[in-house]
Every structure is written in C-alpha cells, then in structure tokens.
Design a protein around this ligand. Structure first.
Ligand SMILES: [Zn+2]
Ligand SMILES: [Zn+2]
Length: 277
C-alpha cells in the first residue's frame, strides 16, 4: 500500500514538473513572438514614426496567384523598376445578359433593367502594365473615362463616369447586369460597381488598379467598413498582404439608391501604368 501511494506521488510530481516545463516553454515562445512583432513593427515604421505604406511591398506573388488562369501574366525589369503585364480578352467567366440569349452563360437582367445601345460584348486584346512595387505618387492624377484597372477575371474596371465624362446617372444604371457592368461603344464589357460575381458586402479582392494597388470589397478582413481617404483607400492588412499595404475599397455609399456600390472614383493614389486595348 505504502509503495503504491509513493508510486502515485512520484507520478504526480513528474506531471507537475512537466506542466512547469510546458509553462516555461510557452512563456519563451510568447516572449519570442513579442520580440519578433516589436522588431517587425519597427521595420514597418520610418524614422519619423509614420508607417511606410508603399514602395517596399511586391505584389507579384498575389497577382500570379489571384488572377484567373484565363489571363496571361508576365514580369519584366528588375528591382524598383520592374513591372507586371496582365493580358486578357476582357470577357467574363460568369453569367450576364450581355452574352446574348441562347448563350450558356446568359442570365436575365435584374428587374427593370435592359440592355444599353451597345447590346453585346466582344473579345479585346487588353494589356495592363503595373509596377511590381506600387508607390504613392507625389502628384495625384485623376482617373479618366475608360479602363482604370482590371478585375481578377480580366474584365476592365471603370470609374463612376460615363460617356461625356459625366457621373453615371440612374438611367444608365438600369443598363447594368447583376455585376454592375455593361459594354461601352466598342462592345467592351466593364465593371463600374461591385456585384454578384465580384464582391457583395465583403472583403474580397476584386482586382488591381492601373497604379498597382489592389482593390477590395466594401469591408476589411476584420469585417468592418473602413474609413477611407479621398482616394478611396487606406493602409492596412488584407488577407493577401497580411503585413499591410495601401489598398482601395469599393465605396460604401448606395449609389443613387440603386443598390450598386461604385468601385472607384477620383484620383489614383499611385502612378498609373499603361492599359492598351
Ligand atoms: Zn460604362
Ligand atoms: Zn482596408
């Protein structure tokens, strides 16, 4: 009996030692992480203490992994002058009435909507060239009519303007499909807003603007609607750039009460690259 009790006491003390050792181990892991995160924070701050938001983050791996395989991606140059060229035919992989009746990807318009005068879309030869390490422009340039970026499926992104460089009106919005898209006069299909096949009230990566900065849905990864600067973006972590990057968000304003949310209005934060068609 005495022996058995002693045996248990020994087991018990071994168990306690194990617990103590585990505590020591986790404490040192915790301290290690603290040191690492402090170092990391220090590295991300400039001498003045402000966050270095741009110019030191490469977007190459995210571009290569997140664009659909239907687009062609190539890189050129090296160092801070390197760039990425993304080529697409601009046709969506998803349903829209602009495929035309009878097409396997045809779906009807939202209620009360109808095709615009361009009626259908055709394939194009798009090539968007963006910097590998996007940086803030010293002088900000306004986005203009036409292609201001590219969605992950190769469809061009447009701003909040339409022919004649006027803001989209409610009538024009009634030519949108469920993706906030329609074709322009050269039958070039494009997104003006978030929508069913890109992003709906979420934090999804939508694509990249011509200045190389990514654009996300209305929410941040944390689930909140972020406060944005006058370019429609801010610096912070995203699911693709966990250390933080300057990024745009779709507007959180229900545009003209249409239920659509504009992707991007106003000026680029960075310096725009070329977009040929
Ligand atoms: Zn348009
Ligand atoms: Zn954000």
């Amino acid at each position: 009996m005495h022996l058995i009790i002693e045996h248990f006491l020994i087991l018990d003390s071994i168990h306690k030692i194990n617990i103590k050792m585990n505590k020591v181990k986790w404490l040192s892991v915790g301290l290690g992480l603290l040191v690492l995160s402090t170092l990391f924070t220090a590295c991300n701050k400039s001498a003045s203490g402000s966050i270095v938001s741009t110019g030191n983050i490469s977007i190459t791996s995210v571009v290569q992994s997140k664009f659909l395989s239907t687009v062609t991606i190539s890189t050129s140059g090296s160092g801070s002058n390197s760039s990425i060229t993304i080529k697409s035919n601009g046709l969506p992989e998803h349903k829209t009435p602009y495929w035309g009746l009878g097409n396997a990807l045809y779906e009807p318009f939202p209620s009360g909507h109808a095709p615009n005068v361009n009626t259908q879309m055709t394939a194009h030869n798009y090539a968007m060239t963006i910097p590998t390490n996007p940086d803030e422009a010293t002088s900000k340039e306004a986005t203009s009519l036409g292609e201001i970026g590219m969605a992950l499926n190769g469809v061009p992104l447009f701003n909040d303007r339409e022919g004649g460089n006027v803001s989209l009106d409610a009538m024009t919005v009634t030519t949108f499909d469920y993706s906030g898209a329609h074709p322009a006069p050269s039958k070039n299909y494009h997104y003006h807003t978030t929508g069913r096949y890109t992003s709906l009230d979420d934090a999804k990566l939508i694509g990249f603007l011509r200045d190389g900065f990514p654009i996300y849905g209305r929410k941040d990864t944390t689930g909140i609607y972020p406060t944005l600067d006058s370019y429609g973006g801010h610096f912070g972590p995203t699911q693709d750039f966990t250390s933080g990057i300057y990024h745009y968000h779709a507007s959180n304003v229900n545009y003209l009460n249409t239920g659509y949310y504009i992707l991007k209005a106003g000026s680029y934060y960075g310096t725009k690259g070329t977009f040929t068609n």
